[in-house]
Every structure is written in structure tokens, then in C-alpha cells.
Write a new protein. Structure first.
Length: 501
């Protein structure tokens, strides 16, 4: 057995307003390790209500460590009704430090695990394998919520000594699949696996994606890129796999969608700190899209508070359609009315059974089935959202000269020239309703049909978008969505250029 040193350590404030650093755990003066080459220390403490977002426990790693293992536990006392109990997240930074930007980041499991390890050749899912260099490492504790009694915790650090195994170079999925040339491709861009708080492996998610009729998926683990190297063997000519991260802050979640392999995006800031713009630029520099996720979600810390000025798209529909999504859809439409054009997306956010991969899914018009082409289509809003691969939508605006604009595009015409909106749907729920919505609101409905035509003008409608609704089951609610489209824009010809937003 290794040695155990039990201590209680006081909080010491760092320079950051939202972080504290505890006293250092050192193995420098430990007695000789046991015969199995193991050293161990246990730290106990209590975090008070109102604790900072992150508490760092420094750990001095000596030379010759082949594995770092961390286990933790915390008390969950009963709390009064309406009061939050204890929830404590955990992660790890190496000797490069905890500075914002994540140079020292080595993994994050949030509240999904009670222990993890890191070695040169392997690591617990969510953590990054690599060298265990001597120096000060940091166990990161994230008190998500703290009970009135405080959050009593125990952290045990165990070092296994000896020669390290050779490092393993990660393999990443290809950025192009065979595809069908320029076509409509179906994808789910918000998915979780065992590499964060999901319960499915990448292999299981890929199989479910194929069964759902998807052409592409994106792995988006919470606050870690450690799963990027787990997808390569599951890609194929029939399935493009993009990489990303769900950046999970205390003021909302955002998808870093389609970033370059190995891209990590830090999450340790709140909206009041005005730091998100820096990380939005990092996402774009890595080739990805900035997509606020489930912006009206009601879970603690889930609703998006950073605004949409840095967004390339917004996830309006997340998982099975709920009132949260209805509010998000209304908010997105309100932004369109005010002249802010941000394409909408829908994704499953699937974690485990019974979550359904591909419910909903975003259908994008892309020149080919490649990372670049798919992201270009999403960025342009050449897309719609459907509840499954059974539902397809064709929606255009056509003027009197036969010129046509599709989803995300703009048709520039004289103010009073008639323009015809044509909506055709296959796979719509029986008895459902087709709806055409403009900046004035809902202007045309048709029930129990699979197509509709409606004429308007650019003076009357700034844009037209479509919704496909299930039959109403709880009046006066409009019925759950089966699909909805990004808008087609109308501009008055005088002084405007096609494509202007």
C-alpha cells in the first residue's frame, strides 16, 4: 500500500475573481514508495456556499511517474425544498498551468465520473494521454451548486512510479466522404459519448446515425477534445464524422462545430467577463462554426446569456420538441424581424437510451459530403430541420420572370411584383399543418395537405419561412414541429444587391 496523508486545507484566493487555489499536495518528502511503486495522498476540505466557479488543488509531481490517478467524493446532505444541493465537477491541468486558454488542459469529466487516470499511452475517456512531466499539476474542482451546509469533499491522488509506455499518436476521421455530389445531406451535430457524460461509445453512436439515415455527425463532448481520436474507425464513405466540443460555461452552452482535430476551447468564464468573443474567434480560426446550443433550456447554467453577435448559427430545436424549443424558435424569428440573420439548426443532443440520434436533424444543401462543404452550407442557412429522415421539405420563392431563390438565399424584385412561395413536404404527419411565416407573423396555413402555394410581395414580406406542424393536441398550442426551414429573403430592388443581409 502507498502512504496516505489526510489534511484539511484552507482556500487561498488567486488573481482571478472566479477561482481559488488550495494548498499544494507534495510528494517530495514522502517515504519510499511501497513495493508496488505507489504513492498516495488524500485531501479533505469544505467549500462554502457562494464558492468560486473553480477551485484548483496543486499537486507536485516528482520525476518517474508513469500514471496519475485521481478519485474524489463529496457529501450530499438533504436541503430545504427549492434549494440546490451539492454538485461537484472535476478535471485536470498539467505543469503548463491553468491560465485561460487551456495550454495545460489534460481533461474534464464534469460530474460524470468519480475517478480518472492519465498515462503516456492511455487515459480515462475525457482525459488526454501524454507525458507526465515533473512539476505542479492541478486537479480542477468545479462546485456547480453548493448546499447551505457547504460542500465537504475528499480527493485522493495516487501516483504509480516506473517507466512510461510509448506515446500513442491519435488518428482522426477523414474530412471527406464519397457523398452524392451537390445534394441535400442529413446530419446531427450535437452528440455525446462516454468521452463526456454520454453512455454510448462512438461505435454505437455511428451505428445509430446510420440507422437514422444520417450522412454526417459531429461529436461534441462537454469541455474536452479528448474524444477526437476515437472516431476515425467509425467513419466511412457513407458517414462523414466532424469533430467539435460543447463549450459548457456557467452562462450557457455553445457548440464549437466542425473544428480542426485536436482543437480545445476553454469554458471557464461567465458572460459578465466579456471573454467569449476571444473563444468564438478561436473556433472560427480552427475552421469551425459558433453555434449556441439549446438557448432557452431551463437547467442550471444551460440557457445562453452571451448574446448572438458572435454566432454563426443557433440551435433552435434540441432533442424531442418541447416548450423550450418553441420559445427558442420564437426568439430566433424575433431576431429575423429585427434584421439579425443567423441560420437555425436542430440536433438531438443524445446522451443515452432512450435518446434518439437524429431526432431532430439538420438537412443541408452542400456541394459535396465534406467538412468544408457541409459547414459552408450550414453557415449560409441552405438548410432546414426535420424530426427524422422520413420528412423532406422543398421550399422556394419564384418571381414573375421565373427567377427562384431557395433556403438562405435572397430574391431581389420590385416592391410590388408578385412572388410565389411554394412548399412541398413528404413524410409529414397525417393531419398536420403547413404554415408560412413572415416578419408580420403567421400569414398562411393549410391542414392535411403536402403542398401549398402562396403569393406575396417584397413590400409585404421581408422573408418567408415554413413550418410543418403535428396535429394540435393541446389548444391553443400550435402543435409540435415536424420540420421548419430557414427563411428565403425578399428585397426591394431599389438600392439592394442580391445576397445582401
Amino acid at each position: 500500500m502507498g502512504m496516505t496523508d489526510t489534511t484539511r486545507r484552507a482556500l487561498l484566493m488567486t488573481g482571478a475573481a472566479t477561482a481559488f487555489t488550495l494548498g499544494t499536495v507534495s510528494f517530495a518528502h514522502a517515504a519510499d514508495p511501497a513495493a508496488d511503486g505507489v504513492l498516495s495522498r488524500t485531501v479533505r476540505g469544505t467549500l462554502p456556499p457562494g464558492s468560486p466557479d473553480f477551485v484548483y488543488l496543486p499537486v507536485e509531481l516528482p520525476h518517474g511517474v508513469r500514471e496519475l490517478h485521481v478519485a474524489y467524493a463529496y457529501e450530499r446532505p438533504a436541503v430545504p425544498a427549492g434549494t440546490q444541493g451539492n454538485a461537484l465537477d472535476i478535471g485536470l491541468f498539467d505543469q503548463r498551468g491553468t491560465a485561460l486558454g487551456g495550454q495545460g488542459f489534460r481533461g474534464w469529466s464534469g460530474g460524470a465520473r468519480r475517478e480518472f487516470f492519465v498515462r503516456t499511452d492511455d487515459a480515462t475517456p475525457g482525459y488526454v494521454a501524454g507525458p507526465l512531466r515533473a512539476g505542479t499539476w492541478y486537479v480542477a474542482l468545479g462546485p456547480y451548486t453548493v448546499a447551505p451546509q457547504g460542500l465537504a469533499y475528499t480527493v485522493t491522488i495516487t501516483l504509480r512510479l516506473g517507466p512510461s509506455a510509448p506515446a500513442v499518436r491519435p488518428a482522426y476521421p477523414p474530412e471527406r466522404a464519397r457523398g452524392r455530389g451537390r445534394a441535400w445531406y442529413r446530419g446531427d451535430c450535437h452528440l455525446h459519448t462516454v468521452y463526456s457524460d454520454g453512455r454510448r461509445t462512438p461505435a454505437e453512436v455511428a451505428a445509430l446515425a446510420r440507422a437514422a439515415g444520417l450522412d454526417f455527425v459531429t461529436g461534441t463532448e462537454h469541455n474536452t477534445h479528448a474524444g477526437h481520436g476515437a472516431w476515425a474507425e467509425h467513419a466511412g464513405d457513407d458517414l462523414l464524422i466532424l469533430l467539435g466540443e460543447e463549450v459548457t460555461t456557467r452562462n450557457g452552452h455553445v457548440l464549437a462545430l466542425g473544428t480542426a482535430p485536436g482543437t480545445f476551447v476553454d469554458w471557464r468564464y461567465r458572460a459578465r467577463e466579456n471573454r467569449f468573443g476571444r473563444f468564438a474567434r478561436e473556433i472560427r480560426r480552427s475552421g469551425g462554426l459558433v453555434v449556441p446550443a439549446h438557448p432557452q433550456a431551463t437547467c442550471i447554467g444551460c440557457a445562453w446569456k452571451f448574446g448572438f453577435g458572435d454566432a454563426d448559427a443557433v440551435e433552435v430545436w434540441n432533442g424531442p420538441y418541447t416548450p423550450d424549443d418553441e420559445v427558442a424558435l420564437a426568439g430566433w424569428d424575433g431576431a429575423l424581424v429585427r434584421g439579425r440573420w443567423t441560420p437555425a439548426m436542430g440536433n438531438s443532443d443524445a446522451h443515452r437510451d432512450p435518446d434518439r440520434v437524429g431526432t431532430p436533424q439538420t438537412v443541408v444543401l452542400a456541394d459535396e459530403l465534406s467538412r468544408e462543404a457541409v459547414l459552408d452550407g450550414l453557415r449560409a442557412g441552405r438548410s432546414y430541420v426535420a424530426e427524422s429522415s422520413a420528412v423532406s421539405v422543398d421550399f422556394t420563392l419564384t418571381d414573375t420572370r421565373g427567377r427562384t431563390a431557395g433556403l438562405g438565399e435572397r430574391l431581389t424584385v420590385p416592391a410590388d411584383e408578385p412572388v410565389t412561395a411554394r412548399l412541398r413536404v413528404t413524410g409529414a404527419p397525417a393531419g398536420g399543418t403547413l404554415r408560412l411565416v413572415t416578419d408580420q407573423g403567421l400569414l398562411h396555413t393549410a391542414q392535411g395537405v403536402d403542398s401549398v402555394e402562396w403569393t406575396t410581395t417584397a413590400a409585404y414580406a421581408t422573408y418567408v419561412r415554413a413550418e410543418v406542424r403535428h396535429p394540435v393536441t393541446a389548444p391553443p398550442l400550435p402543435g409540435a414541429l415536424a420540420a421548419f426551414t430557414n427563411p428565403v429573403f425578399l428585397s426591394v430592388a431599389e438600392g439592394l444587391t442580391p445576397g445582401t443581409r
